[in-house]
Write a protein that binds this ligand. Structure first.
Ligand code: COA
Ligand code: AMP
Length: 248
């Protein structure tokens, strides 16, 4: 069966406002176009692009997402101590390296501004992105039956935002050289973030201070990573996920 990638992005005065993507069957394109337009037009824009591309590459099917674990903390500093301890224990990356890059994400990793994608850091603390302000953006991923997954997550009190982040981090951690991911949103009023490591997506609230405009992602990778292969996988390899790993 043919699948199509549909990508939407909007901007205002050249500043990125919103972006989203779906992988769908031909019969669903019309509905999804409208959904993406509605999503993109929630906020003011002067440019909104929607792009449809037939997927020609073989699609990688993943049976289950990362396991979703939801944790609450009294403060964002406590959640970050938990995040650093967890990442240190599971990846062996030193706490100093972890803290250094996490601090950069919290203060604007690109000369005081947010990067346009994720930072890539290896276990010895080397930055590996080809372009430090762009970073790398994971793309070409979706759940096969998004409505079913959305319903399951909504029953547990989670929104579509969690669904999207779970899809993205599941694709990431399926690359053998990616050990872990750290993420905080760049939206000022969204303080939940996550750490994905060792088959689990730890949703952590709050992981950043309320009102902060800073956000970003860090992909922690093995030192022997092939950077061309990593970019190809993250940006181009289509991945469809069947199920969500959550207790019902
Ligand atoms: N932040 C800032 N700028 C962004 C951006 C982002 N998240 N995404 C796109 N842009 C801007 C950049 O200026 C970019 O140029 P660059 O490549 O030099 O950085 C420009 O838009 C074009 O980006 P491009 O990736 O070519 O656009 P696209 O239309 O192919 O795809 C997205 C855009 C937003 C769909 C894609 O990049 C993305 O982020 N997908 C993941 C979304 C997601 O949540 N997926 C989970 C689904 S289950
Ligand atoms: P968001 O989850 O959309 O709030 O994005 C948080 C941060 O993650 C952004 O500021 C970017 O630095 C980075 N980012 C956004 N989209 C992607 C993506 N598709 N892949 C990797 N990093 C991203």
């Amino acid at each position: 069966m043919d699948f199509f990638s549909i990508k939407m992005r909007s901007s205002l005065e050249d500043d990125h406002i919103s972006g989203h993507e779906r992988i769908v069957k031909k019969a669903d394109i019309e509905d999804v176009l409208l959904q993406l337009y509605k999503r993109g037009s929630r906020r003011e824009f002067d440019l909104l692009n929607i792009k449809i591309e037939k997927i020609r590459e073989p699609i990688k099917i993943v049976q289950k997402s990362l396991k979703l674990v939801d944790l609450r903390f009294d403060s964002f500093s406590q959640a970050n101590i938990f995040a650093v301890d967890l990442l240190n224990e599971k990846t062996g990356i030193s706490k100093n390296i972890l803290k250094k890059f996490i601090d950069q994400i919290h203060t604007g990793a690109c000369d005081g501004r947010n990067m346009r994608g994720a930072m890539i850091v290896d276990i010895s603390g080397r930055r590996l992105e080809k372009d430090r302000s762009r970073g790398v953006r994971t793309s070409m991923v979706d759940f096969i039956d998004r409505e079913k997954i959305k319903e399951k997550l909504e029953k547990k009190g989670f929104t579509e935002r969690t669904l999207d982040a779970l899809a993205l981090s599941t694709k990431n951690l399926h690359h053998k050289q990616i050990l872990a991911e750290y993420c905080i949103s760049d939206e000022t009023d969204y303080v939940t973030g996550y750490v994905a490591v060792d088959g689990t997506y730890y949703r952590l609230t709050p992981l950043k201070s309320s009102g902060s405009k800073y956000g970003g992602r860090i992909y922690f990778v093995k030192s022997e990573v092939n950077i061309e292969d990593l970019y190809y996988y993250l940006q181009k390899k289509p991945v469809l996920i069947k199920e969500v790993d959550i207790e019902f």
